[in-house]
Design a protein around this ligand. Structure first.
Ligand code: FES
Length: 66
């Protein structure tokens, strides 16, 4: 069960959206590439950009769990 909450208010992207987008990402060594992929799928961090660090944190956390 994934903890869910809104990470990006501008684009209404939730933790689960990011986790799901990461599921399709196979390269778990590169956080920046993963961020690009997640951004393409969810459009998170394309508004004010204020959620960028939060999104990065979540991506690295999920990737470390793999
Ligand atoms: S909160 Fe994510 S771009 Fe503004």
């Amino acid at each position: 069960m994934i903890e869910n909450y809104t990470v990006c208010n501008c684009k209404q992207v939730t933790y689960a959206d990011i986790a799901n987008a990461l599921d399709t990402h196979k390269n778990f060594d590169n956080v920046l590439a993963a961020f690009d992929d997640v951004q393409k799928v969810t459009h998170c961090s394309t508004g004010c950009g204020g959620c960028h660090d939060k999104v990065m944190d979540i991506i690295s956390q999920i990737m470390m769990g793999h």
